[in-house]
Ligand binder design. Structure first.
Ligand code: GLP
Length: 251
């Protein structure tokens, strides 16, 4: 595990975008795993800028998103499809055929999940997976207690997640209670992972993910077992870590 701690959100976003950009420079046909939420927005902005400046190209890139709410249409402003299109895809030269977001409106979510896993495998597997982290330690929508061996599947969202994500909806009643998400096992199969975290409300869970027991009660703690994972954080998210000690242990 590597830890990169920077001063603020802007620097975190630039650092994360540089890691993704390096991946694309080294392997132009990379398979990227992508995340939603407020945290990666700055990274997407920065990647768009790097693309506009001509430093990176998305023509051969394939993407797989982590998750999608059940029961929202693609056109719904709260869907992750809409988020990805508005905040990233429409600004870059990615081939629409190469974008993959699980379909939360599929009639048969189990079949959709198996098909999503098959597509990931057929693409050669995820080269670089971007993650955020929920306040309860979820990654993707893998809530506390979802088994580490889970592949893509339907999840029931935690009360805390529903409350946290209600900031994007008109009312908490509008937040879907179910989603389809890559499982922990799908995420752990990625060749490289970067997890982004910003703000003091993530400090506690970041501490647990890095120093705590590896347990499905804190899903992100499983990342301690991944051979190539980088946490990119700002000072506030890292405020409960002993950075001097970390320098010795991880860097
Ligand atoms: C959602 C997403 C996660 C994301 C989390 C944190 O629940 N499914 O992938 O990491 O929110 O979001 P934020 O970055 O807004 O704190």
């Amino acid at each position: 595990m590597r830890i990169i701690c920077v001063d603020n959100y802007d620097q975190m976003s630039k650092k994360a975008a540089n890691i993704v950009a390096s991946q694309l420079i080294l392997k132009p046909d990379s398979v990227l795993g992508l995340a939603t939420g407020a945290t990666p927005l700055g990274m997407y902005k920065q990647l768009i800028k790097t693309y506009e400046e001509g430093h990176i190209d998305f023509e051969e890139v394939t993407t797989f998103n982590l998750d999608e709410y059940c029961d929202l249409n693609k056109e719904d402003e709260q869907s992750y499809y809409y988020y990805m299109y508005e905040n990233f895809f429409k600004h870059i030269n990615i081939n629409i055929k190469n974008l993959n977001i699980p379909n939360g409106r599929a009639m048969d979510i189990h079949k959709e999940s198996l098909e999503y896993e098959r597509k990931i495998r057929k693409s050669g597997g995820i080269d670089l997976q971007v993650l955020g982290i929920g306040r309860n330690g979820h990654i993707g929508f893998n809530e506390p207690d979802i088994k580490f061996e889970a592949l893509t599947h339907m999840v029931k969202l935690d009360e805390q997640t529903i409350e946290d994500n209600s900031r994007f909806f008109d009312s908490i009643k509008d937040v879907p209670t179910k989603a389809i998400s890559m499982g922990i096992k799908t995420i752990m199969h990625a060749k490289k992972i970067i997890l982004l975290a910003s703000g003091k409300e993530k400090a506690e869970v970041i501490y647990g993910a890095i120093y705590g027991k590896i347990t499905p009660e804190l899903p992100a703690s499983v990342l301690q077992l991944h051979p190539d994972v980088v946490f990119v954080m700002d000072k506030e998210a890292a405020s409960k870590l002993d950075l001097e000690k970390l320098k010795e242990e991880y860097l």
